[in-house]
Design a protein around this ligand. Structure first.
Ligand code: FCB
Length: 447
């Protein structure tokens, strides 16, 4: 393996590398009750007083549902060759079981065809968190029956769109759904019980594995995989106690997902720590979870720092911070990818999300977001370093195409490389979008 670090950044990637931008349905679509769409757990959660920092919701968001054609043109104008989006399950099946909603399915048909017409690869995610509320009313992801509802949904989307997709992802960031949604209660559905969160994580992984088996049995054409939020975790100091804390956090937050997916087992030390909160499993569950994936998606934003004593404060580290208070730490991405490849021999791997929130506003029609541009540039370089070291990197996608509903932060945090004025729905490409377009033009001079 030879280093390409001396080359200009664009020369460090193969010509067929996938370059994209990413979004999710709830964060951009709006049209919360249009054309037969059912209620999602996020529609419900936003109405809980205090749940969303600015008291907002996803009712209108970026109004993408009504602005599809213009937004597809916007994506194409960035010079990317791929777009990662998610399907709103309650838009295509209002109750999460029973009747399919033709209007909702037709929207995603138009989306996929519109991408292909513009020469863009469609990368579809089935579950980016907006579970039908009707399923939550029956226990949601904590209830084993939801696993089978999800497999039905996956099959329906494959029948409808599968022949035209590049990749199909089962779940986006199961850790977030389990822990933030069911243990910390700061994301939908807002529950606060560790045992429930652990059971949810198991059902998410199980539904992923069973969906892959069912999709392949029906002749899946798209590459199938899962997207995990992963951080490179470091000890706050070199002390033995901090190193142990880092290992424990890594096992709970990363290996709890990657070990079952790649090795068919949960980490023993986490099971021991969970005791009676360990998940209820049935024979065959772990083998199903370990069904081979065609690709792994990694969402990376920052590192984790573990301490046995006073919790680490990113503000004290001296590294630049984003508007989320997250450290800018590109080297962690290379380290993470190397660790994963060493432990599991990775399949083709995409960075399915990477980006940064900064408070920015247009001035005379321009948004000078130099910090975001540098964030993206330095993380792309970190991916090139991983490629140099033999990690099978297949693509990189910026989070996000445009400013959008940032979950419990509402509209206050802006991750887009395109600015959105929510009063007018005007889209303004930021300087980071201009940089990305120029960079991609150099990557593929003939494109
Ligand atoms: C990830 C989510 C994505 C977005 C970014 C900032 O955890 O997958 O929807 O909110 O964080």
């Amino acid at each position: 393996m030879s280093s390409t670090a001396h080359l200009p950044l664009h020369q460090r990637f193969p010509r067929d590398f996938t370059w994209g931008v990413a979004t999710s349905a709830f964060q951009i679509e709006g049209a919360a009750t249009a054309d037969g769409k059912g209620e999602s757990i996020w529609d419900r959660f936003c109405r809980q007083p205090g749940a969303i920092a600015d008291g907002s919701n996803g009712d209108i968001a970026c109004d993408h549902y009504h602005r599809l054609e213009g937004d597809l043109d916007l994506i194409a104008s960035l010079g990317v060759n791929a777009y990662r989006f998610s399907v709103s399950w309650p838009r295509v099946q209002a109750l999460g079981s029973g009747a399919w909603n033709e209007a909702g399915l037709a929207f995603y048909d138009r989306l996929v065809d519109g991408l292909l017409q513009r020469g863009l690869q469609p990368h579809l995610t089935l579950n980016h968190w907006d579970l039908p509320q009707a399923l939550q009313d029956q226990g949601g992801w904590a209830h084993r029956d939801t696993v089978h509802r999800f497999v039905d949904y996956a099959l329906q989307m494959q029948r409808r769109l599968g022949d035209r997709l590049q990749t199909m992802t089962t779940h986006n960031e199961p850790w977030v759904v389990a822990v933030l949604g069911h243990e910390q209660g700061i994301f939908a559905p807002g529950l606060k019980r560790r045992a429930t969160a652990v059971q949810v994580s198991h059902h998410l992984l199980l539904s992923h594995g069973l969906a892959l088996q069912a999709l392949r049995a029906e002749g899946a054409k798209a590459a199938l995989g899962i997207v995990l939020n992963l951080a490179h975790i470091e000890p706050a100091t070199a002390s033995a106690a901090d190193r142990r804390a880092a290992q424990a956090d890594d096992a709970r937050n990363r290996r709890w997902y990657t070990d079952p997916l790649f090795k068919g087992q949960y980490p023993e030390e986490v099971l021991a720590e969970l005791g009676a909160d360990a998940p209820a499993m049935q024979p065959g569950d772990l083998a199903a979870i370990a069904t081979p994936i065609d690709f792994l998606g990694v969402n990376y934003y920052t590192r984790g720092v573990s301490s046995a004593g006073v919790p680490f404060d990113p503000a004290q580290s001296g590294l630049p911070l984003t508007d989320m208070g997250w450290e800018v730490y590109p080297r962690g991405l290379t380290e993470l990818l190397i660790t994963l490849h060493r432990e599991y021999r990775l399949p083709p791997t995409y960075i399915t999300e990477n980006g940064a929130a900064f408070a920015d506003a247009p001035v005379d029609g321009r948004v000078h977001d130099a910090e975001r541009t540098e964030y993206i540039r330095s993380h792309i370089a970190a991916v090139a370093d991983a490629l140099d070291l033999g990690v099978p990197m297949a693509g990189y996608m910026v989070w996000s195409l445009m400013d959008n509903f940032e979950w419990s932060s509402g509209y206050a945090k802006r991750f887009g490389i395109v600015h959105v004025d929510y009063a007018t729905q005007r889209r303004t490409p930021k300087d980071s979008a201009r940089w990305y377009r120029e960079f991609l033009g150099r990557c593929r001079p003939s494109a």
